[in-house]
Structure formats: structure tokens, C-alpha cells
Design a protein around this ligand. Structure first.
Ligand SMILES: *Cc1c(COP(=O)(O)O)cnc(C)c1O
Length: 430
């Protein structure tokens, strides 16, 4: 598509937007004092509130009030099966079957539970490969799992880095590192989309390389789920987990999801940390002390699920199905990101740059900007755009992350953001 800096183009792009009606499904924060509007570009951190989540959560409170404990087993929304109601819609988003997916706990806890099953080090094969700039939680999870098994992170935690002077990883550097560690590598743990740069990694290539050396491959989908198309089953990913409060808009700290590949579901030799909720629902309440789990991801469950969070997730996932799925949304997202990138390149040459790959397939909603104009501090620019009503974030050391999302952001907001960024840059330094 041919873009221009003319604001009328944004109006035209919005007029042609087949997803425009979804914006009315969301609520946006009040602008700060003195700002004309809020531009919510931080769905990569906490998605905006879908109004229907209010109704779904209130309905659960009513059920609780009216039914009390009977709510666990009464009606279509019985809490005992709350996780089942979200399995199919989540499976569609990650490219798996309902049996391979379950909603439970929170992301980092789930990383630990999955590593218990899929990181089984031996003296010969004991390494976990992560990226150097992994989200701290992922790094801590890998490090502590290594220690738990009596190994030393200094020798067992290996990292793949961007090349000197670069920010994004090269897919071929990742696969080369996997091959290099070879049969000393137990597990590969990488993101689907890198949180700092917004880079999309080649999951299929990572899995192929990992399996070629006999390692298990796990993917952290925190920034990928609801953002880019995923084919976990077809790509052969062993395990994955994600949070639902970023692009899935399912409430702050909302319940997480896990994926375990079909080929592992019936494997009774896999160690798991067990709880009653992992047993078959048919016999769970017989309360016998012999673990009998189903051959589905549900057997990784430990505790009964959080009904209010499940309801929020169920309601928020409806929007993805109504929009026709992530693949449909992705086409708009690519247009939005390309438009934003175009405007940055056109208007801020030498002053602002993106560290996100500029190839559509290698990035999702997020563009990570650096202020390279030496006459002004990046942090000051961030403070000014924030005060002007832009919701985005600052990530240490020097990146402003902005993530227009196709469900609720408009092209006009992207155009307006660029104006506010220009104003922030041209104001005299303080
Ligand atoms: C957001 C995010 C997390 C957050 O973990 P929680 O357990 O949900 O607090 C972890 N890892 C990555 C890569 C993230 O982007």
C-alpha cells in the first residue's frame, strides 16, 4: 500500500476498516488533565476493557449470590467447567486443539509447571537455551529450575544474543546456537514475540532445530497470543504458555493459558506437580488418593480455576471469534504497523528510529522507538507524549513501545500520535 503523511489518508483508511465497529466494544481510560483525548497504544501490556467483560463478571457474581456453592455444578456456566468454556476459543488463537490447551494460573507459574515436565536434565544434557534479553521472569524461571535440579546456571543457562550493535535477533543465530550446544541442550525456551523489540521469532525453525538435537522446545507467547497467527500444533511446539491480559484483553493479572502438544498428552512418564483439579472430572469428587488424569492438557491443572477471571476471558475471547480470528485481524495490524513505520521514517529521520524489524512478517502490533535526536532525552519525550494522552510505555534503557491493536485502535489515532510525538520533540528542552 502507498501511504502519505496527509491526515486525510488516516480518515480514508478508517472508513475502509472492516473492524471499525469493534472499537465500540471497548472502554478507554480518561485522558490526563489538559489532554484532549486518550490514545491507548499499550495493549501489549494491558489490553483495554471490553465492555462485555463487565456483564460476564457481574453475571458470575449474581450466580454466586443466588446459587452459592451450587454454582459449581449448575447450568451452562458451572464453575467446575469454567476452563472448558475457554479452551476451544483459545485453541483457535494458538493453533492447537481443545485437548492441547487449558486456562489456569498465571504465566510464570505455568512456565515452572511446564518446565517440571519438559526440562529433565541429565549430566550430559542439562542446558536451557534462552535469549540474553529474555523477560526477567522467564530468565528467573529457567535459572531456578536449573538450580532445582542441582545444576549451575553458569554452565547450564545458555543465551543467544543480538549481534553487536543490533537489537533484533537473527533467526539463523538462534538455530546455530541450538546446533552448537547439540546434545548438551535439554530445553529451548524462547518467546514467540520478543517483548522489547517486538520481533516475531520463527517458531517453526526453532522447533526444528531444537528437535534435531533432541531438546524440548517451549515458547512464551505473552506478546504473541492475540497478536500474530500461531500454529503450535503444526509447528510441533512441545509446550507453551501465555498471559491473557495483554492482547487478549482479559483483565489485569487474568488467568493464563498453557499448550501441550498432542504427542505428550498420554505420556504418563512425564513428571508433573499434581493437584486434584488435574484428575478426571468424572471421578474427581470421589476423592480417592490415586491420581487419574485425563490425556489432555487439563491434567496439568493443580487447583480449581478462578471463576471471575474465567468469565472475563470467555467474554473477551468472543471478540476474536466475532472478528474472524487472528488471521483476519493480522491483515489490519500489518497495515497499521506499516503506516506507523512509514510516518516515523518520513517525519522523523535522524530523530526517531524503530528497533523493530521492518519486515511485516517479523513484527506484530508493536513498534519500539528510540529517540536518537541528541538534543533531547528519550525519557522526556516519553513523559510529554504520556501527558498529552498517549498510553504507551518506557522500557529501560531507552525504548518507547507503542502497539496499535487492530481490535480497537484507529488509523486516525496513529496519525494523531505522530503529531503529538512531533510536538514533544519540538518543545524546548527543560
Ligand atoms: C508479560 C510477561 C510476563 C508476565 O508474567 P506473569 O507471570 O503474568 O506476571 C512474563 N514473561 C513475558 C515474556 C512477558 O511478556
Amino acid at each position: 500500500m502507498k501511504f502519505s503523511t496527509d491526515p486525510a489518508l488516516a480518515t480514508r483508511l478508517d472508513a475502509d476498516d472492516e473492524f471499525a465497529r469493534f472499537r465500540d466494544e471497548f472502554e478507554f481510560p480518561t485522558p490526563p488533565d489538559g489532554a484532549a483525548e486518550s490514545i491507548y497504544f499499550v495493549g501489549n501490556s494491558l489490553g483495554a476493557l471490553p465492555t462485555r467483560v463487565r456483564g460476564a463478571v457481574t453475571a458470575e457474581l449474581d450466580r454466586w449470590g443466588n446459587l452459592g456453592v451450587a454454582g459449581h455444578f449448575t447450568g451452562d456456566l458451572a464453575w467446575a467447567d469454567a476452563h472448558r468454556l475457554v479452551a476451544a476459543p483459545m485453541a483457535r488463537i494458538v493453533g492447537g486443539s481443545s485437548d492441547e490447551v487449558v486456562a489456569m494460573n498465571a504465566l510464570t507459574i505455568n512456565l515452572h509447571l511446564l518446565l517440571v515436565s519438559f526440562y529433565r536434565p541429565t549430566p550430559q544434557r542439562h542446558k536451557i537455551l534462552i535469549e540474553e534479553h529474555a523477560f526477567p521472569s522467564d530468565h528467573f524461571a529457567a535459572e531456578s529450575q536449573i538450580r532445582l535440579h542441582g545444576f549451575d546456571p553458569d554452565t547450564s543457562l545458555v543465551m543467544v544474543s543480538p549481534r553487536p550493535g543490533e537489537e533484533a535477533l537473527h533467526d539463523e543465530d538462534i538455530t546455530a546456537a541450538i546446533a552448537e550446544h547439540g546434545d548438551s541442550l535439554a530445553t529451548v525456551l524462547l518467546p514467540g514475540v520478543q517483548y522489547y523489540t517486538g520481533q516475531v521469532l520463527d517458531i517453526e525453525a526453532v522447533v526444528k532445530a531444537g528437535h534435531a538435537v533432541g531438546a524440548t522446545v517451549g515458547i512464551d507467547l505473552a506478546h504473541a497470543v492475540g497478536n500474530v497467527e500461531l500454529s503450535l500444533h503444526d509447528h510441533g511446539v512441545d509446550f507453551a504458555t501465555w498471559c491473557t491480559y495483554k492482547y487478549l484483553n482479559a483483565s489485569p493479572g487474568g488467568v493464563s493459558g498453557i499448550y501441550v502438544h498432542q504427542r505428550h498428552l498420554a505420556d504418563e512418564s512425564l513428571p508433573k506437580l499434581l493437584g486434584w483439579w488435574g484428575t478426571r472430572r468424572e471421578t474427581r469428587f470421589e476423592m480417592v488418593n490415586v491420581f487419574d488424569g485425563p490425556a489432555t492438557a487439563e491434567s496439568w491443572q493443580v487447583s480449581n480455576g478462578p471463576a471471575l477471571q474465567m468469565a472475563a476471558l470467555r467474554a473477551s475471547l468472543e471478540l476474536f471469534d466475532e472478528a474472524g480470528g487472528v488471521a483476519a485481524l493480522r491483515a489490519k495490524s500489518m497495515r497499521q504497523t506499516a503506516y506507523l513505520q512509514y510516518l516515523i521514517d518520513e517525519l522523523f529521520e535522524g530523530r526517531v528510529q524503530s528497533i523493530t524489524p521492518d519486515v511485516a512478517e517479523r513484527r506484530g502490533c508493536q513498534i519500539s522507538l528510540q529517540i536518537i535526536d541528541p538534543s533531547i532525552e528519550g525519557q522526556l519525550v516519553f513523559d510529554r507524549i504520556e501527558a498529552a494522552g498517549v498510553f504507551c510505555d518506557w522500557r529501560y534503557p531507552d525504548v518507547i513501545r507503542v502497539a496499535p491493536t487492530p481490535l480497537y485502535n484507529t488509523f486516525a489515532e496513529i496519525r494523531r500520535f505522530v503529531d503529538l510525538l512531533a510536538q514533544a520533540l519540538e518543545m524546548p528542552g527543560e
